[in-house]
Design a protein around this ligand. Structure first.
Ligand SMILES: C[S@@+](CC[C@H](N)C(=O)[O-])C[C@H]1O[C@@H](n2cnc3c(N)ncnc32)[C@H](O)[C@@H]1O
Length: 174
């Protein structure tokens, strides 16, 4: 009986990983060596709120919570497995006081209350979320994307580093 429950739970976890991969992007974590680059580009100030769309195991959100004076970092994740890991790790490393990990579709969340957004999704997913970002983000909000640009947007900065991927910074017009 216990084995069947375990198997059932395992299948649910796998199904949610596959579903999230299909909806926006498969789980591939941002490289640890690039965390500082992302932190520098986001440049979070005291009291600011940041959202990570598709936060995976929460690596970036937890790092931002621990290393910046931002008020709150919210991570959205569609896959149950990654969301559970993010929640657990935030408890273990103490970042839970400044992070909220939400199990759900990032496309359905109102983005108007954020000063900065971080995303590492697929280019076609950026195309789908572009209009939402344009209509909901406040003037001056920063958007940082890993690996791929947002088609049609003019980056404020492209951070290039040998041996790694490009990272793009955008600022919403004032
Ligand atoms: C490429 S991974 C990046 C993970 C994390 N942001 C990082 O940089 O380490 C993309 C993540 O987004 C999640 N995801 C895909 N579509 C999503 C959606 N519509 N809403 C919330 N999460 C989504 C996937 O489950 C996956 O964990």
């Amino acid at each position: 009986m216990f084995t069947k429950i375990l198997l059932f739970f395992g299948l649910i976890l796998l199904a949610s990983v596959a579903y999230a991969g299909h909806k926006g992007a498969p789980w591939v974590p941002t490289w640890k060596k690039d965390m500082k680059r992302i932190r520098d580009l986001l440049n979070l100030q005291a009291g600011e709120r940041c959202v990570e769309l598709g936060c995976g195991n929460g690596r970036i959100s937890r790092d931002l919570a621990k290393t910046t004076d931002a008020k709150e970092i919210v991570g959205f994740e569609l896959s149950l497995l990654q969301w559970m890991v993010a929640k657990l790790q935030s408890r273990l490393d103490g970042s839970f006081t400044k992070t909220s990990f939400v199990l759900g579709n990032a496309f359905k969340h109102d983005l108007s209350g954020y000063d900065a957004v971080y995303m590492f999704l697929m280019p076609e997913t950026y195309n789908k979320i572009q209009h939402k970002l344009e209509s909901e983000l406040k003037p001056g909000a920063r958007v940082v994307t890993y690996v791929w640009p947002i088609a049609g947007w003019m980056p404020t900065k492209i951070d290039r580093q040998e041996g790694s991927v490009d990272i793009y910074l955008y600022k919403r017009p004032l």
